[in-house]
Design a protein around this ligand. Structure first.
Ligand code: GUN
Length: 295
């Protein structure tokens, strides 16, 4: 029988830890941590993600600010907004929700964010600090996966970890975190991508399989090694007329066929997803406590 890695319950536990940290700050006369989110346009998934981030702030007692811009906003207007958020002394961290409209260069926006307020952990400085094992903000989804492995006491040392997908947000940073000399860590990492040959053979060798492709149901159960740990990062909206929302969320792994072969597996939804927000809030608390960058 496999262990279901319950991200929802773990995130709820982390939220109660965060609430206690907020109370600690308040008892010392400090203000609550403050996160701002910038949302450009009206993409349905982005609106849901940002709303969930704001709701999570309220739940743990953080202050939050939602800044909405129409999709006609220019790149220079958005850069000006980023500059003003960088300067705002009452703000500990902020995120600019991706994707952005085509006329805005996301790299330019990302690099304009003060690394000390980059609680998404996407800035080159934070990614570089991660590579060098220096303090900084870890990107939230990879950090959430590491936290799940830690809290479920999953042994990673010496294991073959196969990661599907090399995105800047998930796959690439995870390949660094899973290989580094730490617990969890110390894996032999294979990072697979769209040009990888013999993908199935790589998957079959995975003691720890992390799927972050965005291809619903791509990984077949029969490809999964007996006893493997499977972390499914996929959250694709698939039309489903039987649901009020009109869609369901599907992971990259075919859960029904994969789960019986696994020692542990994350569900979708309720696995990695809720952890992403928890780690974003941790980064914001760290910024408020100035645990990074010493300021
Ligand atoms: N779009 C999808 N995931 C994320 C995330 O973690 N942060 C931001 N800013 N945008 C996203």
């Amino acid at each position: 029988m496999y262990t279901l890695i319950d991200g929802k319950a773990t995130a709820a536990q982390i939220h109660s830890e965060l609430s206690m940290e907020v109370q600690n700050r308040l008892s010392k006369g400090l203000r609550p941590p403050h996160l701002a989110a910038v949302l450009v346009g009206h993409d349905g998934a982005s609106q849901t993600y940002v709303n969930n981030k704001i709701l999570a702030c309220e739940r743990v007692g953080f202050q939050s600010t939602l800044i909405r811009k129409e999709s006609t906003v220019t790149e220079s207007e958005l850069l000006e907004l980023v500059a003003s958020l960088n300067q705002d002394k009452d703000l500990d961290g902020f995120i600019v929700q991706l994707p952005l409209p085509d006329h805005i260069n996301p790299e330019k926006i990302n690099e304009a964010i003060d690394p000390a307020k980059d609680v998404d952990g996407f800035h080159a400085i934070n990614l570089g600090r991660m590579l060098l094992n220096l303090p900084g903000y870890l990107p939230a989804t990879p950090a959430g996966i590491i936290e799940l492995l830690r809290r479920y006491n999953i042994e990673t040392e010496g294991k073959n970890c196969v990661i599907l997908g090399r995105s800047h947000i998930v796959g690439s940073p995870l390949s660094v975190l899973m290989a580094r000399s730490a617990r969890p860590g110390n894996c032999t990492v294979t990072l697979c991508h769209s040009k990888t040959q013999h993908l199935k053979e790589h998957i079959q060798r995975a003691d720890i399989l992390i799927a972050a492709l965005g291809k619903p149901g791509f990984v077949q159960g029969e490809w999964v090694k007996e006893g493997a740990v499977v972390i499914d990062v996929g959250t694709t909206r698939v039309p489903d007329a039987s649901r009020p929302s009109g869609y369901k969320l599907m992971g990259d792994v075919d859960f029904e066929t994969a789960a019986p072969r696994c020692s542990a597996i994350t569900p979708v939804p309720g696995g990695v997803g809720p952890m992403t927000i928890s780690m974003l809030l941790w980064n914001t608390l760290d910024s408020a406590n100035k645990r990074h960058y010493g300021g």
